[in-house]
Design a protein around this ligand. Structure first.
Ligand code: M6R
Length: 616
């Protein structure tokens, strides 16, 4: 969950590294550093953000940082607190080898003890410093080139990594490797870029080589890239793909924060998700399903694995798939599933949902399911990501880059894919009749404009409500049926960016305990669209009202009953119950955003978090 970037070419490396780190900051932002080779290694690192690094580098301007070779790192701490010493890059004891690392070396302590016996000393608390010294130790002991020493070291390492290694004596060479953490090489005209994702180099080249797990590459100026398997040094033919990423998509485009930009992008991103899949004749086309139709039609069970917001989407998916396709669905936290020897039958389908496609627990859960013989299907946003490549089949969400740490458009596009999937399967299985299928497809085609209307209808009123509740310490979100997972998602959004304690519950569960929390200081957000369990939700709201709780209700346009009970209401357009989560989550995203801004929080980079959780 760190970001790494590197450059070997004929341009000044420092600005490329700094800009690249800024684009990768979503991956971690508690400390940052860079190193360039200007005849000798020059490096700067600091606790804090990339902007702090820039400031420190300009204060230390006595040293020349003009060089065409270098690399940088933005960190999300695993081993060792965020401070200057623990920041990357790390240098070996001789100062001649430097490394940046994203991941965890699990057996670092035993390697460290071994190196200490050999006279190595350590200055940081990190596993990464152990790895760079291990490389140095093996290089000197075996008298081998850097790449061989890296390979020897990695064959003894247990854990996950994406690394870039440079040595002072060979400025035009960089060795990179990956296992469990992403690494992509950008191949330009006489220049190479390396990064955790392609965003640092898209204005320079669209030619990218994604390293596979267990691969390493030696990059040398003016020479073809050399890719090999780490375990046996077998040569791999590099497979370079052309990306279609635009710079606009990864910039703020006039918005103050990525999160609000991404919230307002949802009409378009949902449209993009449906393009080519929801056809003009109101039918669905999903090649990922059609190409494996037998598998899907005979599936006795679907297991959905995911984490965080993607897990909430999976929960909505359970309702949709069971309702429309009548297939039993279980939704599992990937982190639990992977460690509990789950019962998986060969006919089972395991669906992984992941925006990044790199979440370590989801990836591991999927590998386990594959080993056990399940057919695995991916719903990912990042094209070419590890999860997308592991799956037997899948559907990309096409939401475009999501940079704000709080997931917004990824959620609604995941819901869109799950809806398409449920409609398609239901129709193909015959559990959904022709008329209902067409009617639902037709309604789905209007969702982008309804999302746009929802934004318009709620965007100003949300600010007034945020003003009133910005100082609360707790908040409860309640919903039923399809809107219960939306309550969970609303609570997650609030807590992760505003640091207000928030919980989501099925509305009817309140009286089994949590209702004891209700008093005049407790805001309760009700998901109460008119279709579904409206009357029941109204009764639950009465129970809260009777205990003086403050009610904020998400209701269907024109609502009377709930609006009368509530202290505040936010109206969304009328829509079939099955599609209501895509609309009802929108005001909750906006509410969290505005409350967080009013509390002075960094919404795009909340404390302690990172966008891709590539460690367990
Ligand atoms: O990339 P993924 O969808 O696999 O990420 C899963 C979670 O880490 C992610 O949804 C997280 O919960 C978000 N910060 C929520 O806003």
């Amino acid at each position: 969950m760190c970001g790494i970037v590197g450059y070997i070419g004929n341009k000044n490396a420092y600005p490329i590294i700094i800009n690249g780190l800024k684009r990768l900051e979503y991956r971690g932002y508690d400390s940052a550093g860079f190193i360039v080779n200007a005849g000798k290694f020059v490096h700067t690192k600091t606790k804090g953000k990339v902007s702090d690094l820039e400031e420190k580098a300009s204060e230390e301007a006595s040293q020349s940082i003009e060089s065409c070779y270098g690399m940088g790192h933005t960190r999300w701490a695993t081993h060792g607190v965020p401070n200057n010493v623990n920041s990357h890059p790390h240098l070996s004891n001789s100062g001649k080898i430097a490394i940046v690392h994203n991941g965890i070396i699990e057996n670092y302590l035993s390697i460290k003890r071994r190196l200490q016996q050999e006279g190595f000393t350590f200055h940081s608390d990190t596993d990464t410093e152990v790895l760079v010294n291990f490389i140095e130790f093996l290089k000197d002991k075996e008298q081998v080139p850097l790449e061989t020493a890296v390979r020897y070291a990695l064959n003894e390492v247990i854990g996950a990594y994406a690394i870039a290694v440079m040595e002072e004596a060979n400025p035009t060479k960089m060795v990179v490797a990956r296992l469990g953490s992403p690494l992509v090489v950008g191949i330009g005209e006489g220049e190479f870029f390396i990064a955790s994702d392609a965003s640092p180099f898209i204005e320079y080249t669209q030619n990218a080589l994604y390293l596979e797990d267990g691969e390493m590459a030696v990059i040398k100026l003016n020479q073809p890239i050399d890719v090999r398997k780490i375990h046996n040094n077998e040569e791999v033919t590099p497979s370079v793909q052309e990306l279609k990423l635009s710079l606009d998509a990864i910039e703020k485009g006039g918005y103050e924060h990525f999160m609000i930009k991404e919230i307002f992008e949802q009409p378009q991103s949902i449209q993009d998700t449906m393009r080519g899949r929801l056809l003009e004749d109101f039918s669905t086309k999903l090649s990922g399903i059609e190409n494996n139709l037998k598998q899907f039609l005979s599936a006795e069970r679907i297991i959905i694995v995911a984490c965080g917001t993607s897990w909430h989407a999976g929960q909505v998916g359970e309702y949709l798939l069971e309702e429309l396709a009548r297939i039993p669905v279980e939704v599992e936290y990937a982190s639990e599933f992977r460690y509990r020897n789950p019962v998986i039958h060969p006919g089972d389908i395991v669906i992984a949902i992941s925006q990044s496609g790199e979440t370590a627990d989801t990836l591991a859960a999927l590998k386990l399911a594959k080993e056990k013989g399940a057919f695995i299907y991916g719903i990912c946003n990042v094209v070419g990501s590890s999860i997308a490549r592991l799956t037997d089949s899948g559907t990309y969400t096409h939401a475009g880059p999501e940079i704000g740490v709080a997931s917004t458009k990824a959620f609604t596009t995941q819901l869109t894919v799950l809806t398409l999937l449920a409609l398609h399967l239901g129709y193909r299985k015959g559990t959904l009749d022709h008329h209902s299928y067409k009617k639902l497809c037709q309604q789905l085609s209007h969702i982008p404009e309804l999302v746009a209307q929802t934004l318009e209808m709620t965007k100003d009123k949300v600010i007034e409500i945020a003003q009133e509740y910005k100082d609360v310490n707790n908040c409860i979100y309640l919903g039923r049926g399809l809107n219960f997972p939306v309550a969970l998602e609303g609570a997650l959004k609030l807590k992760e960016i505003s640091y207000i304690h928030a919980e989501g519950y099925p509305a009817a569960e309140m009286k089994h305990g949590p209702i004891a929390l209700i008093d005049e200081n407790m805001p309760v957000v009700f998901l109460a669209p008119s279709k579904g369990h409206y009357e029941k939700v109204v009764s639950n709201a009465q129970e809260i009202k009777a205990r003086k709780g403050k009610i904020i209700a998400i209701v269907t346009q024109g609502d009377k009953q709930m609006t009368d009970i509530a202290d505040h209401s936010l109206e969304i357009p009328e829509v079939d119950e099955l599609f209501s989560p895509i609309l009802s989550v929108i005001p909750l995203q906006l509410l969290s955003y505005h409350i967080a801004i009013m509390r002075g929080c960094n919404v795009d980079q909340p404390r302690n978090l990172a966008k891709s959780v590539t460690v367990e």
